[in-house]
Ligand binder design. Sequence first.
Ligand SMILES: NC(=O)C1=CN([C@@H]2O[C@H](COP(=O)(O)OP(=O)(O)OC[C@H]3O[C@@H](n4cnc5c(N)ncnc54)[C@H](OP(=O)(O)O)[C@@H]3O)[C@@H](O)[C@H]2O)[C@@H](O)CC1
Ligand SMILES: Nc1ncnc2c1ncn2[C@@H]1O[C@H](COP(=O)(O)OP(=O)(O)O)[C@@H](O)[C@H]1O
Ligand SMILES: [K+]
Length: 505
Amino acid sequence: MKILSAQQVREADAYTIQHEPVSSVLLMERAASECAGWMVHTFGETPPPYYIFCGMGNNGGDGLVIARKLQEQGFAVQAWLVHTSGNASADNAANQPYYPELRHIHELAEFPEMEEPGIIVDALFGTGLNRPVEGWAAGVIHKINDQRHKHTVVSVDMPSGMMADSSSVQFPCVHARYTLTFEFYKLAFLLPENGERTGQVEVLKIGIHPAFTAQVQTEYHLTDPAVIHTIYRPRNAFSHKGTYGHALMIAGSYGKMGAALLATRACLKAGAGLVTAHIPRCGYEILQTAVPEAMCNTEESAHYSSHFDEPFRLHQAPDYAAIGIGPGIGTENATAKALERLLLAYRKPMVLDADALNIVGKYPALLAEIPEDSILTPHPKEFERLFGATGDHFERLELLTRKARELKLYVLLKGKYSAMACPDGAVYFNPTGNPGMATAGAGDVLTGILTGLLSQGYTPKAALLLGAWLHGLAGDLAADDLSEEALTAEDIVHYLGQAYLRTRQ
Ligand SMILES: NC(=O)C1=CN([C@@H]2O[C@H](COP(=O)(O)OP(=O)(O)OC[C@H]3O[C@@H](n4cnc5c(N)ncnc54)[C@H](OP(=O)(O)O)[C@@H]3O)[C@@H](O)[C@H]2O)[C@@H](O)CC1
Ligand SMILES: Nc1ncnc2c1ncn2[C@@H]1O[C@H](COP(=O)(O)OP(=O)(O)O)[C@@H](O)[C@H]1O
Ligand SMILES: [K+]
């Protein structure tokens, strides 16, 4: 699904009006009908009163139509026009006469008492917001926020005060329980700094012309089932384990063998034909017992350090279809040297995570040695160690995109809506996953899955998008059965099969 800027949303609007064709006031009617329909469906036939706050632009126009629609259906509605600008937009003005009970707010003192708990509909500002909200209009936003525990706040299109394409974290903004957005996700909704403000996002289709959506160019995308279907490849009936590659998982150290187990299991479960775990000797019995399907090679040190010292092993490195390195390996000097030797010996795309990234953060010259098209999977702290701190999450996204392009690497920045930046400048956000996955080892599982997919011959981009999707979906299916709280990384591995079954459908 494409993510459009506020400007592109306006163009989508204009294109639909011209080519469907449909009048702008009718498009507003459609958008508002979808909102009113959603509210009736969600809050039921006997809801508490609706308190609707409308701005002077088209977002306010939506609010006016929502007020009329709900009132026509017999619901208790009170609506206010908040006079933050001199003139109303044309479609806003056109709708005012059709809601005669409209009240007016010209200053903060006129903000109403709303005794009975109800549903506040925030239709003050949408994608037309072009500067921070200040003065008494900001006061209106604060008043709504002060009451958000008493009333349910539903924002129309965007929480008022939020900018679609730039940071507004320092500005006054409505904190919504639900955001009913039209047709497209807005970039702002996908960044953690706005998580508390958007609440649950519902995308309502309002009939934007499909020809516009098909041709519009954007670097931002949300992965969805349609994209995943084009990536997933069913197995060939005549295939054998050689078809799915031999993966090498370099993970674990004394006290952190769990990371190696999780990554190795996930790599097998993701479908690699053969998996060798490279671990310190101290983990041999543990790994061979816990993951009997995997082969194991060991070294005497308690950390990854000497693997490719041996010439015959160095020679073998390119034979692996994919290599994943990092979970639990530590950041000893000897480990850093071993990583450098590996990067010189293996020139195909690989997966670097956790301590492999921390080592690269410590020795930035290594960044240039990472094979082109490799996948890096930092969490926010690791990202900061690698590329430095940023002021806000839009700046961080910009840095992520720039680094992926400059270094010719895929970089997945973990979190809700993990952001996956590609060397060609595109960024994909992954929608699957839940807070239950904020648990030790969940990232090690992702490393295993990505390595397992690379091993099967998926391109790095395909492995990245499909891997992040499967990882989050397995977490969602596990949480459905087990709860978010009780979810552990092992459960994600366990539910990977269910995630594949869903993806195949
Ligand atoms: N595209 C679609 O698919 C469809 C879109 N639709 C709807 O249209 C919405 C976009 O409407 P929009 O363009 O009229 O802008 P909107 O958000 O109402 O705000 C503009 C008003 O606010 C003002 N203003 C701006 N910043 C300000 C500030 N900081 N402080 C104070 N004032 C400020 C600005 O006036 P200014 O002072 O700049 O002259 C203007 O009066 C969109 O979100 C969706 O709800 C649907 O109806 C149909 C399908
Ligand atoms: N709130 C959340 N919503 C969706 N996914 C999440 C959430 N919290 C964590 N995750 C996912 O779980 C994984 C956690 O990885 P990481 O922090 O590296 O864990 P660890 O280092 O313990 O293995 C990431 O893939 C991340 O995207
Ligand atoms: K709004």
